[in-house]
Design a protein around this ligand. Structure first.
Ligand SMILES: [Zn+2]
Ligand SMILES: [Zn+2]
Length: 366
């Protein structure tokens, strides 16, 4: 290596005089304008772009989707055809929806002690990242995983390493990975915010944040039903992962009681968390999209659809809670629902009840 102090005088280069314009800072996307962003998980069955229209017809201005079937291992690392991805992105722009959230496959377990499962999980998470980028998604929500009874710290290290391995070579662009808190079923990582902080610390070289699920918070034992409990919980979240890193909330009521560690989502206001608590959560200045919160921070529903229209009613319930009346809110299509009369629900949470087998991984997911 040459030492510039003793090396030859560098030749004067006229190009050195030229100072290119600094790269323009990209305009923040429209959904970060400080307005409330309310969304719902919509089905990609049939046509992936159809999920966008469903969200709009339900009166949402944000949405979450799976980018492939959530209960199957994709064969051969399925990619989305360029033409389909382009069509999806342009339809999303037309509808003005954002943020766009992709939720990862339920079978992925980056902490699996079984090396075959773990390798498969890392590959599948890599494919999730690639598909999310191709769709122009803003966030990819990931369940941390479970060491299935093994050491917690070891599981956390495996998760962080798995995320980093999966992201290797992927140009993430504007995509951010969000680790979701869990209800703590079995030996699932992520019911304690310290565990999520450890994952964030070990993935510090990547854009990683947090998705906070209200049902999971409550089921994990944090009483957010009252004003004081909510404030205490938010302080804890802030001290551990940092509230500024919570980019998204999953807004679900809970069928099961405080600290149950059993994850069952319920309609807003019909569960153990209750409507008044959701009013405080959605309007809390530190959780909102305003100056004390995070611009564009969205509230996304993963509520069941037991009867046609439940999806539309839950979206409407959130707009009501933030004081946006029917005239001001995005216009829902009268009578539209993802669940048609006489058909089984295809939304993520609605199938749960029919499953009695405890071994189903899906039972602790969402
Ligand atoms: Zn969730
Ligand atoms: Zn859940």
């Amino acid at each position: 290596m040459t030492d510039s102090l003793i090396g030859p005088e560098p030749a004067y280069d006229v190009d050195d005089e030229y100072r290119p314009e600094p790269e323009p800072i990209p305009e923040p996307p429209a959904w970060q304008d400080g307005s409330f962003r309310i969304g719902i998980h919509t089905s990609i069955a049939g046509d992936i772009a159809g999920a966008l229209d469903a969200a709009a017809k339900l009166g949402a201005n944000a949405l979450q989707i799976f980018s492939a079937s959530p209960r199957m291992w994709p064969r051969g690392g399925i990619r989305i055809a360029d033409a389909d991805a382009a069509r999806f992105r342009s339809r999303r722009a037309e509808l003005g929806l954002g943020p766009l959230v992709v939720h990862d496959n339920y079978l992925i377990n980056l902490a699996s002690p079984d090396p075959v499962m773990r390798t498969r999980s890392i590959q599948a998470f890599h494919d999730e990242l690639v598909r999310a980028v191709s769709l122009g998604a803003d966030f990819l929500v990931a369940h941390p995983g479970s060491g299935l009874g093994g050491d917690k710290a070891q599981a956390i290290a495996q998760i962080a390493q798995g995320i980093r391995q999966a992201a290797k070579g992927v140009k993430l662009g504007g995509l951010r990975i969000l680790v979701e808190n869990t209800s703590g079923m079995g030996s699932a990582v992520g019911a304690r915010f310290e565990e999520i902080r450890a994952i964030l610390n070990q993935t510090a070289d990547l854009p990683v944040g947090v998705c906070l699920d209200t049902a999971h918070v409550f089921e994990a034992g944090f009483d957010i039903t009252g004003e004081e409990g909510l404030a205490r919980t938010l302080d804890l979240v802030d001290r551990t992962v940092g509230l500024h890193r919570v980019f998204l909330l999953h807004v679900n009521d809970s069928k099961t009681p405080l600290g149950s560690r059993v994850d069952r989502h319920e309609h807003i206001g019909r569960g153990k968390i209750g409507l008044a608590a959701f009013g405080r959560i959605l309007n809390h200045p530190r959780l909102g999209p305003g100056p004390q919160g995070v611009p564009g921070r969205a509230f996304i529903l993963e509520t069941p659809i037991d009867r046609p229209g439940d999806d539309r009613r839950n979206v409407r319930a959130l707009w009501d809670l933030v004081g946006v009346n029917v005239q001001q809110a995005p216009k829902a299509e009268n009578g539209f629902s993802m669940l048609r009369r006489g058909r089984k629900a295809s939304a993520p949470r609605a199938k749960r009840k029919k499953r009695k087998t405890p071994k189903k991984a899906s039972a602790k997911k969402g």
